[in-house]
Write a protein that binds this ligand. Structure first.
Ligand SMILES: C[S@@+](CC[C@H](N)C(=O)[O-])C[C@H]1O[C@@H](n2cnc3c(N)ncnc32)[C@H](O)[C@@H]1O
Length: 340
């Protein structure tokens, strides 16, 4: 395997430079002086006026019979946010601007939410819904766990771009642990065939459904199963191949919920796959592996796992994965590839 570059610096890379929008939160901190109070009241008056205008301009009647199209709705929300509302959605709700969506249940779980139907522990993620999926209003399905595990759209797009640049001729991609399809969709938008595997049938249902929303369902093959079992043989691989069936494998494994160790993440102790096991398993199926891991991942362990599996501690590259502003590191992507 070709030796590849060391850990990158904190400077946003090309991979991370794209932004979904330039929404910036208004300043709220600081002592409230008379002048500030006056400004705030003025702002509130402006907002009330803006809300009134929204209702008038779009013929919203009190029964809410007339609805925005998804795009208009999103633009208005963004405008309200920029005008000073903490949450454009709340402002939209106040103005009676609802988007009707079909309701989907699977395994007795509601998968299409509005703010009220969201489980309380994930309500805080509601304001991020268009970051997760810009087409959220077209019927995106997520269960409670997926609300905090899905890879946000711009991040997933950057990851797909990065892997595309490594090998534009790649055809067969495996998205292992596909969750709600955040990454799967972006791979399917770029590559010919994407196979998505998850142990959880509800998650897999969301992936299928969400790929349909993004009109890439025809690129997708899904398989429900436990990777620790599947990796034991090649029987499940659905197409002809000579050596390694997949051009690359991407995996965003579970980190152990929202309270994973943010100071030093033990990649040997990951459940249900420890890093060396996961690498051994993936290497059977592809020469190119990309793992989405916490930024606190223990680098010493990355080195020793690399050495254990590939015989060289230096065979990987770490890409910082930034949020949509390109400033905050969300996670790292560790890439073992004979192409870089
Ligand atoms: C962090 S989420 C992946 C999120 C995904 N990248 C997305 O954008 O939606 C991890 C996923 O791993 C799946 N998973 C956990 N254990 C698994 C196993 N043994 N085999 C296959 N999938 C597994 C979980 O069901 C979960 O959907």
């Amino acid at each position: 395997m070709k030796k590849i570059e060391d850990v990158q610096s904190d400077t946003p890379s090309e991979t991370s430079s794209k932004t979904a929008s330039n929404i910036t939160k208004p300043e709220t901190s600081g002592k409230i002086t008379k002048k500030k109070k006056k400004n705030r009241n003025q702002k509130k008056r402006q907002l009330r006026k803006l809300k009134k205008q929204l209702i008038e301009n779009h013929n919203i009647d009190s029964s809410g019979d007339e609805y925005y199209s998804t795009h208009e709705w999103f633009e208005e929300e963004k405008a309200l946010y920029n005008e000073g509302y903490d949450d454009g959605y709340q402002a939209g709700l106040d103005a009676g601007l609802y988007e009707r969506r079909d309701i989907v249940y699977y395994n007795d779980e509601l998968l299409t939410h509005d703010y009220d139907s969201l489980p309380s522990n994930v309500k805080k993620f509601w304001s991020r819904r268009y970051d997760l999926f810009s087409r959220f209003d077209d019927g995106i399905c997520l269960n409670e766990v997926l609300w905090y595990s899905v890879t946000p759209e711009v991040t997933a797009e950057n990851i797909a771009d990065y892997l595309y640049k490594l090998n534009p001729d790649a055809k067969n991609i495996l998205d292992l642990c596909c969750g709600g399809g955040g990454n799967t969709i972006q791979f399917a938008l770029k590559f010919e065939n994407v196979m998505a595997i998850d142990i959880n049938s509800t998650h897999l249902h969301c992936t299928r459904h969400n790929c349909e929303v993004y009109e890439v369902g025809d690129k997708l093959l899904t398989l429900q199963g436990d990777w620790n079992q599947l990796a034991k043989n090649f029987k499940w691989v659905p197409f002809e191949y000579e050596t390694k069936p997949f051009d690359f494998i991407f995996c965003s494994p579970p980190w152990g919920g929202t309270d994973y160790d943010r100071s030093s993440f033990d990649v040997y102790d990951m459940e249900p796959f420890s890093l060396p096991d996961l690498l051994h398993q993936c290497y059977k199926f592809s020469n190119n592996i990309a793992l989405y891991l916490p930024k606190s991942s223990n680098i010493g362990q990355l080195n020793s796992a690399s050495e254990e599996v590939f015989g060289d501690a230096d065979t990987y590259r770490i890409e910082n994965i930034y949020d949509k502003t390109g400033k905050r590191i969300l996670a790292i992507m560790v890439v073992w590839a004979n192409l870089v």
